[in-house]
Ligand binder design. Structure first.
Ligand code: NAP
Length: 286
């Protein structure tokens, strides 16, 4: 029997409806949740991602803006912009859309952003809080995946999860969040040996690689849960594909995320939820 879908599109729609009422309640109290993005003006994919995130924010009744870093932007200007956003009490979330132009130091920018408005959960301070098990913003993509697994009642306790990929934005925080859920976690990467064998031992496979359809059906243990965070454009194909071969893997898995419509929408809604959380917290602080 083919796997059941972990439907991120449907769940994100429900979560967005909940956001609408949270935002409306904040507005009644005089607070409008606001997300600001810093984006590389010359990177069409980044601009498109930010536009989509801003459109969802607007639909939820939030405010959003963006500041574009271009070829002539200096590091000092970038850091000044971050300091301004950090000081602006009407801003609740700041998104540094990766990648910034190459001449800019993104790590220094993230460090300067700190933890207070890090709606994407990617600064060293937020990641440190995750490692330490302290409260703080959690990275939007793995957070969205955990929400999706929770929603469908996927029990992670004691389960063997294999995360393929160890990027700071996805693989590493994913592994830590699965660990927080008491899964037993293996992190695989480009130097991992016998990856298909390793995956065949997994109850949960999270693919975060960036290689179209790398994970094949015969890598999957019957009944395993497959989460495909990959999003890859392939020439000649009419739609983007994930890191897992969907048809093959869904013949073996019990649950699987589709691409598109799985992890992607959960990432965006989690980013907005983090921003609204921050706006609600600001109410408590004011
Ligand atoms: P990344 O920074 O390029 O990291 C890729 C990871 O995959 C690295 O750790 C790399 O290992 C590992 N890897 C590469 N080839 C491998 C192989 N043959 N076998 C095993 N591991 C291999 O990518 P990323 O930013 O994490 O993104 C991964 C994918 O997720 C992409 O398709 C991206 O578009 C997608 N993504 C989706 C969302 C969303 O919201 N849906 C958000 C973020 C990213 P090494 O460390 O050894 O190089």
């Amino acid at each position: 029997m083919p796997a059941q879908l972990l439907d991120g599109k449907a769940l994100s729609t429900t979560l967005r409806e909940q956001l609408n009422s949270r935002v409306a309640a904040l507005r009644e109290k005089g607070i409008v949740p606001r997300l600001e993005a810093i984006v590389a003006s010359q990177d069409p994919a980044s601009v498109a991602y930010v536009n989509m995130k801003r459109a969802w924010a607007t639909k939820a009744g939030m405010e959003s803006g963006q500041w574009e870093a271009g070829a002539n932007t200096t590091q000092a200007e970038l850091l000044y912009q971050i300091a301004k956003l950090n000081a602006d009490t009407s801003v609740h979330g700041v998104l540094l859309q990766h990648p910034l132009p190459k001449h800019l130091d993104e790590d220094a920018a993230l460090l300067a952003l700190g933890s207070g408005k890090d709606a994407d959960g990617l600064t060293p301070q937020s990641l440190g809080a995750l490692v330490a098990g302290l409260p703080g913003f959690r990275c939007a993509t793995p957070l969205g995946i955990i929400r999706l697994l929770d929603h469908y009642g996927i029990d992670l306790v004691g389960k063997h999860a294999v995360v393929i990929g160890r990027s700071v934005i996805l693989g590493k925080p994913m592994a830590l969040m699965l660990l927080e859920k008491n899964a037993t976690v293996t992190i695989a990467h480009s130097k991992t040996q016998k990856l298909p064998d390793l995956c065949r031992m997994a109850d949960v496979v999270v693919a975060a690689v960036g290689r179209p359809e790398m994970v094949r059906g015969d890598w999957i243990k019957p009944g395993a849960v497959v989460v495909d965070a990959g999003y890859n454009r392939v020439e000649g194909r009419d739609k983007d594909v994930g890191d897992c071969h969907f048809e093959e893997c869904s013949e073996k898995a019990s649950w699987i995320t589709p691409v598109p419509g799985g992890v992607g929408p959960m990432t965006v809604v989690s980013l907005l939820m983090n921003t609204v959380d921050a706006a609600e917290a600001s109410l408590g602080n004011s």
